[in-house]
Design a protein around this ligand. Structure first.
Ligand SMILES: NC(=O)c1ccc[n+]([C@@H]2O[C@H](COP(=O)([O-])OP(=O)(O)OC[C@H]3O[C@@H](n4cnc5c(N)ncnc54)[C@H](O)[C@@H]3O)[C@@H](O)[C@H]2O)c1
Ligand SMILES: [Zn+2]
Length: 327
């Protein structure tokens, strides 16, 4: 085990997809006690005697998963693939939506002075976007398609632009989410109508871009979107799968075989926090427009209701476990 810091968990966020894990029928997980929260930042209260990198008062973003440090994946630096990972809110481990929380110091990343604790909570999803773009090898000049303008699609858009994508397009069923993507600087949006066929969607993407995307980042988990990504991507390009949907999908794999469109999975992040924090520090990424609502911890029920129903068009809803610090 690594050295320990004791960051005061001052803020935590909720997002709609985390409700899924509360459903006992989903992925055969049984929840026996509150296990919420994996997107959080905090202020360090106390550090263990071996901690040299942090001190009380430091503000940190918390990377919520710590590998076993001894398996072959951990030793090779692919700790995110460790099967013994302790990950916040992944049963049987508790999450960090709480007032005080203890975490390994080397998974607490100091926030620069110009990055707020609120922005710090969104380093976690931004790291997913950074990892997705690294896996997809997004480069300067790339044309990038993102399917789904939920929080993950939006942070992936921000990461892709910061990493050099010069032409971007994003799809969603919900106009409000596409409006948010426009606010974040996407070049084209495509509103998907329920009755639109895959062929129509692919052709509309091509019409808007005037070319095929080099990279497609799938951020819905919906089978139809994975199919569209495979069909729409340029020959020799990459489809990165971020969205989690059904366990089994029917896909037009001839695109992967005959056109060498590579399919790459994306699982969370791996040494991506430092780059994500630097992007925010240097202004390459602005996370603030993603934070749409705030609740005190005692009003968490209202926050989850909003996340579940989408009433009020939330993107990221922050829950403040230490409301005195906020209000
Ligand atoms: N791979 C990972 O490590 C990782 C990490 C975090 C989240 N995820 C997954 O990423 C996905 C996105 O997360 P999120 O928090 O943004 O979820 P979300 O549900 O808020 O966003 C998904 C978006 O997809 C849109 N959508 C649904 N059907 C569509 C369609 N046919 N065409 C276009 N858009 C469509 C929805 O309107 C919504 O805006 C989820 O499946 C989540 O589980 C994966
Ligand atoms: Zn391990």
């Amino acid at each position: 085990m690594g050295p320990k810091a004791r960051p005061k968990c001052r803020l935590a966020t909720v997002s709609p997809h985390k409700l899924r894990i509360q459903n006992p029928e989903s992925r055969n997980m049984w929840i026996r006690r509150p296990l919420l929260g994996h997107e959080a930042s905090g202020t360090v209260l106390e550090v263990g005697k071996n901690v040299k990198t942090l001190k009380p008062g430091d503000r940190v973003a918390i990377e919520p998963g710590v590998g076993c440090r001894t398996c072959s994946f951990c030793k090779k630096g692919k700790y995110h693939l460790c099967s013994d990972m302790i990950f916040c809110a992944s049963p049987p481990y508790d999450g960090n939506l709480c007032r005080y929380y203890v975490h390994d110091a080397d998974f607490c990343f100091k926030l620069p002075d110009n990055v707020s604790l609120e922005e710090g909570t969104l380093i976690e999803p931004l790291a997913v976007g950074v990892h997705a773009c690294k896996r997809a090898k997004v480069r300067f000049g790339d044309v990038v398609l993102i399917l789904g303008a939920g929080p993950i699609g939006l942070v992936t858009l921000l990461a892709a632009k910061a990493m050099g994508a010069t032409k971007t397009i994003i799809t969603d069923l919900v106009g409000g989410r596409l409006d948010k993507a426009k606010e974040l600087g996407v070049d084209y949006t495509l509103k998907i109508e329920k009755n639109m066929t895959e062929v129509e969607t692919v052709s509309k993407i091509g019409e808007l871009l005037q070319e095929a995307p080099d990279v497609s980042l799938e951020c819905t988990g919906v089978e139809q979107c994975v199919r569209v990504a495979l069909e729409a991507t340029k020959t020799g390009g990459v489809v990165a799968l971020v969205g989690l949907g059904k366990f089994e999908l029917t896909l037009p794999l001839e695109n992967a075989i005959l056109r060498e469109v590579d399919i790459r999975g994306v699982f969370r992040y791996n040494n991506d926090y430092p780059a994500a924090i630097e992007m925010v520090k240097t202004g390459k990424v602005d996370l603030k427009p993603l934070i749409t609502h705030h609740f005190r911890i005692q009003d968490s029920g209202k926050a989850f209701h909003m996340a579940k129903t989408g009433e009020g068009n939330p993107i990221k809803i922050l829950i403040h476990p230490n409301p005195d610090d906020y209000y």
